[in-house]
Design a protein around this ligand. Structure first.
Ligand SMILES: NC(=O)c1ccc[n+]([C@@H]2O[C@H](COP(=O)([O-])OP(=O)(O)OC[C@H]3O[C@@H](n4cnc5c(N)ncnc54)[C@H](O)[C@@H]3O)[C@@H](O)[C@H]2O)c1
Length: 352
């Protein structure tokens, strides 16, 4: 099995690459532009493996994509490369439109050109997995779950750009017959997560005794999935998912942000005791504009049709995650030095 993974130096992409190279023994070509979010250190366990290759390239570069696909001859393309941070998309949306929309378009066209050269057996076996987010569905009220039938209703520049890319993927399947499957996943957490996102930021700030910013009142609810469960789901969807279908991926682990932060404090206080409870570091800050109230995924289709189950619940996953950050300062310390934790995504007032 020969698989191209785009965005394989990112958080989820690197978990997927590790899974495919180490657990599945597939030949993997990782294509990644190494933006601020890409980090080859997350791939240290696969770098010297003969079934792993890395190409530093931008998915918007059509010529480079065509050459990579022509030379590597993939059976699958698993497309994860994206700009992924909502706050950054509010501060500057251009990169999100470029990578998430134009980049996906470029890859779809590249895949279509390559696929048309395959013989009929290879054509049938080929898969393009487009990896997306539950944020395309907008926000839920107090109850209900996102299903694959939920209408799209994105709120942020990030989710709007991902929604656009999902529509392109669906259209390329319907119009050109390219064998595409789409997955929409809830919030991930786990090892190798860039420290601007809620969970790693909280762990590292708490460890350093720094304030723990919580947006608004911390009432926003997210449905958390351990990243390695997502990687296994993606592999399964690429292997057995029905062409043209969408599969929602979620851990059935809804938590309010404030409860996530408090839980991290508890785990850290136990694993790395400090002289005062870390909960005292919590500070409520101005909310994100357009902040979706609640996301929650109904993963029944993936569970019933493909037999996937999340192996970690939030308590076991967060324990593993905190322990990982405690044991892997070599990975996060250089990122902490480069990324100062500045607040992004606030709108300027009339006074500026
Ligand atoms: N993080 C989550 O909770 C979550 C949840 C659901 C879906 N997703 C989706 O999963 C995918 C991966 O998310 P992530 O959290 O690992 O993101 P990430 O930001 O950690 O990683 C993105 C990777 O893509 C690379 N990249 C960015 N622009 C590129 C370009 N133009 N060309 C080539 N490479 C480029 C970056 O260098 C980085 O390695 C994204 O498509 C995201 O929308 C993420």
């Amino acid at each position: 099995m020969r698989v191209i993974v785009t965005g394989g130096a990112g958080f989820i992409g690197s978990a997927l690459v590790r899974h495919l190279v180490l657990e599945k023994g597939y030949d993997v070509l990782n294509i990644d532009a190494l933006t601020y979010a890409g980090n080859r250190a997350s791939l240290h366990t696969v770098e010297d493996k003969p079934n792993y290759r890395f190409l530093k390239s931008n998915i918007c570069d059509r010529e480079a994509m065509e050459q990579a696909v022509r030379e590597f001859q993939p059976d699958r393309i698993m497309h994860l490369a994206a700009e992924s941070h909502v706050d950054r998309s509010i501060t500057g949306a251009a990169d999100f439109i470029e990578t998430n929309v134009i980049g996906t378009f470029t890859l779809l066209e590249t895949a279509r050109g390559y696929w048309s050269t395959l013989d009929s057996t290879q054509k049938d076996g080929f898969r393009f997995l487009h990896v997306s987010t539950d944020e395309v569905y907008g926000s839920l009220g107090g109850d209900g779950l996102f299903t694959e039938e939920t209408p799209y209703d994105p709120s942020s520049p990030y989710s709007a750009s991902k929604a656009s890319s999902d529509h392109l993927a669906k259209a390329w399947e319907r119009t050109y017959g390219l064998p595409i499957v789409v997955s929409n996943c809830s919030n991930n957490y786990g090892p190798y997560h860039f420290p601007e996102k809620l969970i790693p930021l909280t762990i590292l700030n708490a460890l350093a005794g720094e304030r723990l910013p919580v947006y608004g009142k911390g009432e926003n609810v997210r449905d958390w999935l351990y990243v390695e469960d997502h990687a296994r789901a993606l592999d399964l969807i690429a292997e057995r998912g029905r062409v043209g279908e969408t599969y929602n991926v979620g851990g059935r682990n809804e938590r309010r942000n404030i409860d996530v932060v408090r839980r991290i404090c508890e785990v850290l206080d136990r694993l790395a005791p400090a002289n005062r409870p870390r909960e005292e570091l919590i500070e409520f800050v101005t909310d994100r504009p357009g902040h979706d109230a609640r996301y929650a995924i109904d993963a029944a289709k993936l569970e019933n049709e493909l037999g996937w189950r999340a192996q970690e619940d939030f308590d076991s996953g967060i324990e593993k995650t905190v322990a990982w950050y405690l044991g892997n300062e070599w990975w996060w310390q250089p990122l902490r030095e480069r990324y100062a934790g500045q607040r992004l995504g606030l709108l300027k007032t009339a006074k500026g």
